[in-house]
Design a protein around this ligand. Structure first.
Ligand SMILES: Nc1ncnc2c1ncn2[C@@H]1O[C@H](COP(=O)(O)OP(=O)(O)OP(=O)(O)O)[C@@H](O)[C@H]1O
Ligand SMILES: [Mg+2]
Length: 268
């Protein structure tokens, strides 16, 4: 279904993603883990074509999408909706209009500019909000909502595109544990009920283990693990997070304290 072959992205001398390959043959729920700077966001952004590929190839359902341009590229971007850590809503605009902006690729720019939508589009936006349990928030400004509610609005906006793939870049990193669970549950439910593929960059192992049926681990731009959550042992996690040094003699370790704290938090 989605195949990544030898994919790389250079930023100057730095390989943010370094010859990554994997193949997803069905619409699973996939988690990508790895420490800060491992290349997770760059990988997602290349899939969505927000970032250009330096070399290698991305194909979806047998078609190469990494070289698409113009309208074909926009069509592909409509098929793989992106969700971000900071929600990326228009703060002063009402919730329903934010959701309707998911249609930007499919409706005229003028309609969006003047916020003019058909009754059918509006009804659909409200139905999606209802499905996510926040229909009552529709008339409020996005900025008036809690983080968890805002992220559900962002998911609603993504669903408005009717995407085949949802790419979520640390969707719960800004949320408290309760809201994080609500958002992850929503993504999981959308995956199960609609059969959409979800690929989420996740910053804790625990979340990856709990929600994903496949986990990809990245380190220094490379894919160092690709397996099921139960194959994700502590030893494997150490390898992914590069925690070896931090776990030996804590006090004499050459690892930076910040690195150690990070690795330990990841493995807790
Ligand atoms: N636009 C850019 N210009 C230059 N370097 C970049 C750019 N985007 C990413 N990088 C570099 O590429 C590497 C991978 O970054 P990326 O954001 O993909 O990592 P990440 O795994 O998402 O990290 P985090 O967990 O902190 O979000 C890092 O070294 C980063 O500094
Ligand atoms: Mg990132």
């Amino acid at each position: 279904m989605l195949t990544i072959r030898n994919l790389s992205r250079q930023f100057g001398a730095k390989a943010a993603v370094d010859r990554a390959s994997f193949s997803l043959d069905r619409a699973g729920f996939i988690g990508i883990i790895g420490r800060s700077g491992a290349g997770k966001s760059t990988l997602l952004r290349m899939i969505n074509r927000l970032t250009d590929v330096s070399s290698g190839e991305i194909s979806f359902e047998g078609r190469v999408v990494s070289t698409l341009t113009g309208a074909a590229k926009r069509h592909w971007q409509g098929q793989c909706a992106m969700i971000f850590q900071q929600f990326n809503l228009v703060p002063r605009m009402d919730v329903a209009s934010n959701v309707l902006h998911g249609l930007l690729n499919k409706r005229s720019t003028l309609a969006a500019m003047f916020n003019i939508w058909s009754d059918a589009d509006i009804a659909r936006a409200l139905a999606i909000l209802d499905r996510l349990g926040i229909a009552d928030q529709a008339p409020k400004r996005a900025e008036a909502l809690s983080g968890g509610q805002q992220q559900r609005v962002a998911i609603a906006r993504a669903l408005m595109q009717d995407p085949k793939i949802i790419l979520a870049d640390e969707p719960i990193a800004s949320l408290d544990p309760m809201n994080a669970q609500v958002v992850m549950d929503a993504l999981r439910r959308i995956h199960e009920e609609d059969g959409r593929m979800v690929i989420a960059n996740l910053h804790t192992l625990d979340t990856a283990r709990r929600y994903c049926d496949r986990v990809i681990g990245m380190r220094d731009g490379r894919i160092v693990f690709d397996g099921t959550p139960d194959q994700l042992t502590t030893g494997v996690a150490r390898d992914i997070y590069g925690a070896d040094a931090s776990f030996s003699e804590a006090t004499t370790s050459t690892a930076l304290p910040a690195d150690r704290a990070y690795a330990e938090a990841m493995l807790s």
